[in-house]
Design a protein around this ligand. Structure first.
Ligand code: NAP
Length: 310
C-alpha cells in the first residue's frame, strides 16, 4: 500500500482530500494519504507545493516521485536534496483559466474597452475597433498554457505567432524558434503574451533591447513570471510610449510591494497572480494518474528536466 504525503499549505488539504481519495479509489489504488504520515523513510510519493515545510528530501529514502501542484517549478528545480523524478502540474482546469484570462485581457486592449468605459458621457463619437485579423499577437512560450492560449486567439482570427525553445507545431499558429525566431516574433507583436517558465535562459528576457523590437505602442501581458521582465526597462518603455499598456499578473516580489511604481503607473494594470490556479477537482486526477503510473512501473507524465529548468 503506497504512502502518499500531502506536503502543501495546510489550507489546501481540505480542498484536495476528497478529490484525491476519489481518484485513488477510481484507479483501484488503496493508499495511505495524509498531511502527516509518520517516518519519512516510509513515504512513496509527495504531493508537493514549494511553500510546504518539506525542503529537505534527504530523509525520504523510499521516495518514487515528487508531484508538484503548481505548473511553475523555479522554486523546486534548484533543490539539491531532491534526487527522484519531479513532475509539474499540467491541469485542464489551470489551462482553461489561463486561456480565459489571456483572451479576456487581449480583447480588453484590442477593443479598447477602457476607452469605451471612460467615455460614457452623452457624446456620440463612433470609434470602430479593427478586426482581430488586423491585430498580430505573439505568445512567447508554446507549452501547455502558451499553445492553448495561442490557439484560442487564433480561433478568434488574431494572426498569432508563437516562440519556443524547440521547433513546435500548433495548428493555426505561426511557430518560430531560434535562431532568429525571437526577433521575428517580437517585431510582429502588437500584443505580446509571456507564457515562459522562469529559468536562467528566460530571466529578464524582456529587456530594453527586446522591448524596443516590439511594434511601437504594443500591449504587454505577463501571466508567466515577473522576473521574465526587466522592470526598469519596462517602466522606461511605458514612459516613452513604446509600450502603451502592461497588464501584469506576476512580479519579481509577490505580493507586489505597495511602493512599487507598477501600482500607480497610469498604463499598468496589476492583477495579483490570479491569471489561473491549479483546480483541485481536475488536478487531483492528474496527481493520481502519476501515482498509478508509478505503481505500474510506467513512465511519469509531465516530468521536469532539472538541467533545462522546466
Ligand atoms: P511548459 O509546458 O513547460 O511550456 C514552456 C514553454 O516555454 C515551452 O514552449 C518551452 O519551449 C518554452 N521555453 C522555455 N524556455 C525557453 C527558452 N529559453 N527560450 C524559448 N522558449 C522557451 O509550461 P506551461 O505549463 O505552459 O507554463 C508556463 C508558465 O506559466 C509556468 O512556468 C509558470 O511560470 C506560468 N504560470 C502562471 C500562472 C499564473 O496564474 N500567472 C499559472 C500557471 C503557470 P519548448 O516547447 O521547446 O520546451
Amino acid at each position: 500500500m503506497p504512502k502518499i504525503l500531502f506536503a502543501a499549505e495546510p489550507a489546501l488539504w481540505p480542498k484536495y482530500e476528497g478529490h484525491l481519495f476519489h481518484w485513488l479509489s477510481e484507479a483501484g489504488i488503496a493508499a495511505e494519504l495524509a498531511p502527516d504520515l509518520g517516518p519519512p523513510e516510509e513515504i512513496d510519493y509527495i504531493v508537493y507545493s514549494p511553500g510546504s515545510d518539506v525542503q529537505d528530501f534527504t530523509p525520504y529514502t523510499r521516495l518514487k516521485a515528487v508531484l508538484n501542484l503548481w505548473a511553475g517549478v523555479e522554486n523546486v528545480t534548484g533543490n539539491e536534496t531532491l534526487k527522484v523524478p519531479l513532475a509539474r502540474m499540467v491541469d485542464g482546469g489551470l489551462t482553461e483559466g489561463m486561456v480565459e484570462w489571456v483572451v479576456g485581457h487581449v480583447l480588453r486592449h484590442h477593443l479598447d474597452i477602457d476607452h469605451v468605459l471612460a467615455h460614457q458621457d452623452g457624446r456620440w463619437v463612433p470609434k470602430v475597433p479593427p478586426l482581430a485579423r488586423h491585430r498580430p499577437v505573439t505568445v512567447l512560450g508554446l507549452g501547455a498554457l502558451g499553445a492553448a492560449c495561442a490557439q484560442a486567439l487564433a480561433a478568434l482570427n488574431f494572426p498569432v505567432t508563437g516562440w519556443s525553445r524547440s521547433a513546435r507545431e500548433v495548428a493555426g499558429v505561426t511557430c518560430l524558434s531560434d535562431p532568429g525566431g525571437l526577433e521575428q516574433a517580437l517585431a510582429r507583436a502588437e500584443i505580446l503574451v509571456l507564457l515562459l517558465p522562469l529559468t536562467p535562459g528566460t530571466e529578464s528576457l524582456l529587456n530594453a533591447a527586446h522591448l524596443d523590437q516590439l511594434h511601437p505602442g504594443a500591449i504587454l501581458l505577463n501571466p508567466g513570471r515577473g522576473a521574465l521582465i526587466d522592470d526598469d526597462a519596462l517602466l522606461a518603455a511605458l514612459d516613452s510610449g513604446q509600450i502603451a499598456h502592461a497588464t501584469l499578473d506576476t512580479f519579481r516580489t509577490e505580493p507586489l510591494p505597495p511602493e512599487h511604481p507598477f501600482w500607480t503607473h497610469p498604463r499598468v494594470t496589476v492583477t495579483p497572480h490570479i491569471a489561473s490556479a491549479t483546480r483541485a477537482e481536475t488536478a487531483a486526477q492528474v496527481v493520481v494518474e502519476n501515482i498509478r503510473r508509478g505503481e505500474a512501473g510506467l513512465p511519469f507524465l509531465h516530468l521536469v528536466d532539472r538541467d533545462r529548468g522546466y
